[in-house]
Design a protein around this ligand. Structure first.
Ligand code: SF4
Length: 259
């Protein structure tokens, strides 16, 4: 979700290959690839099939194991120094029984919808879900893996109004209606090798208004693009919570301070 329109515009000029080398992102990428390959194997063992993206797999021939996948991705992105931390976490993680084990039916699955009141070339809204699960009562739920920097009871509140989670909730509700159970945060603290998975606290009003909110943001962006506005003419949020996020200061903070 866009937190600052100016940062959003400036981010389009970023070097993403360099960005992924930052420790939080690098570790998060390796965690995600490890989880994807672990749960692909689990789903095929238990259900005999799994959807990955738009493709159904019925055997493990197309997959690496998670132990293979993590170093392969690390080498590709030149982030191998983070492999030991993530591998140590995963070795511990896979030893513990999890209630996700019987439920995974899809991973890296793209949810999408068309937003109203937007031009046809701007109305497609997509979000990729880490896991789609189905419980023993036939209800669907979406799981998002997050590498967290601390494990506190506040985490589940913090994500309640997070745009990414509202998007999952709105898409899940649209797709599955009453058969949608909710969005779960699968938080992973690599250093302490602790993980848990619980539903995000509900925000029904915000979920109901989420697509309208996206349309409002998109219309502002379209207007600015039509005006060919300079990035520094995009609205700046200038908030201590946005300019100094949990992973440190915004990349553009010096430009905002000094020009
Ligand atoms: S420093 Fe703050 S106001 Fe400036 S681009 Fe970043 S988030 Fe926006």
């Amino acid at each position: 979700m866009v937190q600052c329109l100016r940062a959003f515009k400036l981010d389009q000029q970023k070097d993403w290959a360099a960005l992924v080398k930052r420790p939080p992102l690098a570790q998060g990428e390796l965690l995600h690839i490890g989880m994807a390959h672990f749960y692909a194997g689990v789903a095929i063992d238990r259900r005999g099939q799994v959807w990955v993206g738009a493709r159904k797999y019925e055997d493990k021939a197309g997959f690496y194991t998670w132990e293979e996948a993590i170093p392969i991705l690390a080498e590709k992105y030149d982030i191998s120094e983070h492999v030991p931390l993530v591998m140590a976490f995963m070795y511990e993680y896979v030893q513990k029984p999890s209630y996700l084990l019987n439920d995974v039916i899809a991973l890296e699955y793209e949810l999408q919808t068309h937003l109203p009141r937007l031009p046809a070339d701007r109305d497609l809204y997509t979000q990729r879900a880490d896991l789609i699960c189905k419980d023993d009562q036939g209800r669907y739920y979406i799981v998002d893996h997050k590498k967290v920097h601390s494990v506190t009871s506040r985490t589940f509140d913090q994500f309640t109004l997070d745009g990414q989670f509202l998007g999952y909730a709105a898409l899940g509700r649209k797709l599955w209606g009453h058969d949608f159970r909710g969005v779960f945060l699968h938080r992973c603290h690599l250093e302490s090798k602790v993980a848990d998975c619980r539903p995000i606290n509900s925000a029904p009003e915000a979920v109901t208004g989420h697509f309208s909110n996206l349309v409002a943001w998109e219309r502002v962006l379209i207007q600015l693009e039509q005006e060919q506005a300079d990035p520094f003419d995009y609205p700046a949020s200038t908030s201590e919570h946005v300019c100094h996020g949990k992973y440190g200061p915004c990349d553009h903070i010096n430009k905002c301070r000094y020009g």
